[in-house]
Design a protein around this ligand. Structure first.
Ligand SMILES: Nc1ncnc2c1ncn2[C@@H]1O[C@H](COP(=O)(O)OP(=O)(O)OP(=O)(O)O)[C@@H](O)[C@H]1O
Ligand SMILES: [Mg+2]
Length: 332
């Protein structure tokens, strides 16, 4: 879309820059990107003919801004650190210094990272989510009216942090124990959600004025697309038990439904340029929104290369397309 050669800044958080301190959860920095992922994205963006320069995380961004470094636009995948505002840190700084950037703004990042808030917002736009209860302290379970089984998740994490097979509980005793674990170990609220048995999908959406859903990806675990009680967890990813099916072997009706819900959720949360939305579908084929990721994993080992192929694009072309959406939006 642009004949002028742009200088693209690239903000990211590298896994290698952080060390787990004693007492911190083992998976604290699991959402941070590995060097391979950073290099994949850098190379794909470079295929646009523009110049890509690495910035690093938000602190690097601040020191480079202070040193007078300039970029025409920044491609941001920085996860940030610590609080539920972590993903908002880089967009906020970029906005403060009037630097155009690719990807969602601070408010979208904040709303999406907080699962209970994201669910409340998309529900208001008629996107179905599973009944849930937000729990700040154990006594909040006095309000528990959900149907077992339920899943207990940290309210503001991603990358399946704090989620394993024991997250799915079938009685009050197990529920209390698991809620306690999340409150204490992850030092944050828990969200307790009715467990949806069935199948699972993730749908990438790109664009702005008229966002478009790309072909849905179905999740298979240990060779089964019918997941039953199985869940997607980092344990499963590490053991190579997860397969991504794209194009998903589903009928037209479900394909259309998932895409429509993904676009509705994307608009409801005010996403920009790209995002990925996770769904569970019950045995009656009814989809439920689980969460929206405005910073999905964009590397070659995740779903984006498959989604690109199913959409008739190369991986590089898809990343450049996302970049171009941001360039057009910023009127560069
Ligand atoms: N209500 C639910 N019913 C059934 N399974 C669920 C439910 N909520 C979560 N899961 C399972 O747990 C997994 C992780 O949940 P979720 O996507 O909400 O968390 P996350 O850690 O933010 O995910 P990601 O790894 O995509 O960042 C889902 O992919 C799904 O397999
Ligand atoms: Mg998810």
């Amino acid at each position: 879309v642009n004949s002028r050669k742009l200088r693209i800044g690239f903000t990211f958080d590298a896994r290698a820059s952080y060390v787990i301190k004693p007492g911190e959860p083992e998976d604290k920095y699991d959402e941070f990107d590995h060097e391979d992922t950073i290099a994949d994205i850098e190379k794909a963006l470079g295929s646009s003919g523009h110049q890509v320069v690495r910035i690093g995380g938000v602190r690097d961004l601040l020191s480079k801004i202070s040193a007078g470094e300039k970029w025409d636009i920044v491609f941001n995948i920085a996860e940030g650190v610590d609080t539920r505002n972590r993903e908002s840190q880089a967009p906020m700084v970029l906005e403060l210094f009037n630097i155009p950037y690719i990807g969602s703004d601070a408010l979208t990042m904040g709303m999406s990272l907080d699962k209970a808030i994201a669910k409340a917002v998309v529900s208001a736009y008629n996107v179905t989510t599973a009944p849930s209860l937000r729990v700040s302290r154990e006594s909040d379970l006095g309000q528990f009216r959900l149907r077992f089984p339920v899943i207990v998740k940290p309210n503001a994490e991603g990358t399946s942090k704090g989620i394993d097979n024991a997250s799915v509980v079938r009685d009050m005793k197990a529920l209390k124990a698991r809620v306690k674990k999340v409150l204490e170990e992850y030092k944050q609220e828990a969200i307790v959600e009715e467990f949806i048995r069935g199948t699972e999908f993730t749908v990438a959406v790109i664009g702005n004025e008229e966002p478009v859903a790309l072909p849905p990806v179905q999740i298979a675990i240990c060779g089964n697309a019918d997941l039953g009680d199985e869940i997607y967890s980092s344990e499963r990813v590490k053991n190579d038990d997860i397969k991504y099916l794209c194009p998903a072997p589903i009928d037209k009706a479900l394909d259309t439904r998932l895409k429509a819900m993904a676009v509705a959720a994307y608009k409801a949360l005010g996403c920009r340029d790209f995002s990925r939305i996770d769904f569970r579908v019950d045995e009656q084929k009814k989809p439920y929104f689980l969460e929206l990721n405005p910073l999905p994993h964009l590397g070659l080992t995740d779903v984006f290369p498959l989604v690109a192929e199913a959409a008739g694009l190369t991986y590089e072309e898809l990343l450049v397309k996302i970049f171009d959406h941001g360039v057009v939006r910023n009127k560069i």
